[in-house]
Design a protein around this ligand. Structure first.
Ligand code: NIG
Ligand code: FE
Length: 416
């Protein structure tokens, strides 16, 4: 079969390949993947079929039917995997920005009925078509940043009807454009006004009434384990029920306090524990021991919440915890879709090296979505999700702070 797509003259081909394939990258392996110089990558249909140095290119497979891109010495790498977003919501929280600048904390704004609850009010009354249009606009922006797969959480409905609508919108948005969307159910975001003071009752309602309706619709179930949201014990009971129904597990934990949610979720087999700003060394060791749980670090969140404490990335890598990096795009704690900026901030504030940070937004982010067998690296047999960047050395990627280095985006073998 001739190649349907060939990218030639890649100055540096960041393969992300060469490490273990049965578990996420951790410790030294995070930076121990292969970069090929003066290389090519070839695809048939939606799959990568060959890659290597230009000298090894089989020109007989290049025909008139082959789309040929000349990278002209640029960096070529796997599409970015954005493994934690709150994609579907109405309105915005610009009105709370000023309150935050005046010193009000995230949890104070939430306790006063604002924050997440303010977005819940706007989202409940928004027509489905408006939610879909918003999601599609955001996906378009993500695609320009080179995101080729994106996780999308619900969590701004907090009632059955609206939560099901948010998952439906995420799935429909995935069908209408090329970025692959992975839906996660975050009905357990905070306690809705209807269940004020009764978090356990709300979780029982979600487990009994809502989760069964989402089987086959949402891949993962997530919960916000935090003061002012859900306790570790309530979170454990809820996640156990979700696991019994066949969902993969995720948790928002140790964002603002060290409660022990990350270690608890890792021990339940969660695919990821997200935020981790206040994760202790002792609990990090428990996450590492769990084996395959990825710590998803979100450096734009402390930046936007004016928080000094960032997740201890360097220490987590040293302890053998697999790490990924994401934006956490949402209207409250990170109204940014710039995963390249998050990557730079992980280097500046969490101690990542550029190579480690690149693994954290590709292959390890794919592990955090249980998709590493299909995406996250450039290897024969994997999906042809590929970026051509307008830089010539990978070290420039975190260096051009806040810039978008993407020149060309390929999803499933198609230039999009
Ligand atoms: O991941 N911390 C909880 N949830 C989101 C923020 C949601 C919001 O503020 O609207 C987060 O930071
Ligand atoms: Fe989040």
């Amino acid at each position: 079969m001739p190649y349907s797509l060939l990218i030639r003259n890649c100055g540096q081909l960041l393969t992300l390949a060469g490490g273990p394939t049965d578990q996420p990258l951790r410790g030294a392996a995070l930076a121990d993947w292969h970069i090929l110089e003066n290389a090519f990558v070839a695809c048939e249909g939606d799959k990568i079929v060959a890659l290597g140095p230009m000298s090894a290119l089989d020109e007989t497979q290049v025909t008139a039917a082959t789309t040929v891109l000349n990278a002209q010495g640029r960096v070529v790498m796997p599409g970015l995997v954005e493994c934690h977003t709150h994609l579907v919501f109405a309105g915005n929280r610009a009105h709370e920005f000023q309150r935050k600048l005046q010193g009000e904390s995230y949890l104070d704004i939430l306790a006063s009925g604002g924050g997440i609850l303010s977005t819940v009010r706007a989202t409940r009354v928004a027509p489905e078509a408006e939610l879909l249009a918003n999601a599609l606009r955001h996906l378009h922006d993500f695609r320009r940043y080179g995101i080729t797969t994106l996780e999308a959480k619900s969590g701004y409905g907090l009632d059955k009807e609206t939560e099901l609508r948010l998952v439906r919108v995420a799935r429909e948005a995935g069908r209408r454009q090329p970025v692959r969307v992975v839906p996660t159910f975050l009905g357990a975001h905070v306690v809705p006004p209807e269940y004020k003071g009764r978090p356990a009752d709300y979780l029982d309602f979600l487990a009994a009434d809502v989760l069964p309706a989402l089987q086959g619709e949402a891949e993962f179930v997530d919960i916000f384990c935090e003061e002012g949201a859900f306790s570790v014990e309530d979170s454990r009971r809820y996640l156990e029920k979700a696991r019994a129904l066949g969902f993969g597990l995720k948790i928002h934990a140790e964002q603002l306090h060290d409660l022990g949610g990350c270690a608890m979720a890792a021990e339940l087999g969660a695919v990821s524990v997200d935020h981790c700003d206040y994760l202790s060394a002792a609990d990090a060791a428990r996450v590492a021991a769990a084996g395959r749980t990825v710590a998803v670090l979100l450096p734009l969140v402390p930046l936007f919440l004016r928080q000094e404490q960032y997740a201890p990335g360097r220490q987590l890598i040293g302890q053998g915890v697999p790490v990924a990096i994401s934006t956490d795009f949402n209207p409250g704690s990170c109204p940014s879709k710039n995963l390249w900026l998050a990557l730079s901030m992980a280097c500046l504030k969490m101690g990542f090296t550029p190579k480690e940070a690149l693994a954290a937004v590709t292959l390890n982010a794919a592990w955090a979505l249980d998709l590493a067998a299909e995406i996250g690296s450039l290897e024969a047999g994997k999906r042809a999700d590929i970026l051509v960047l307008d830089v010539r050395d990978y070290q420039e990627i975190p260096y051009w702070l806040g810039e978008n280095p993407v020149q060309t985006v390929i999803i499933g073998g198609q230039v999009v």
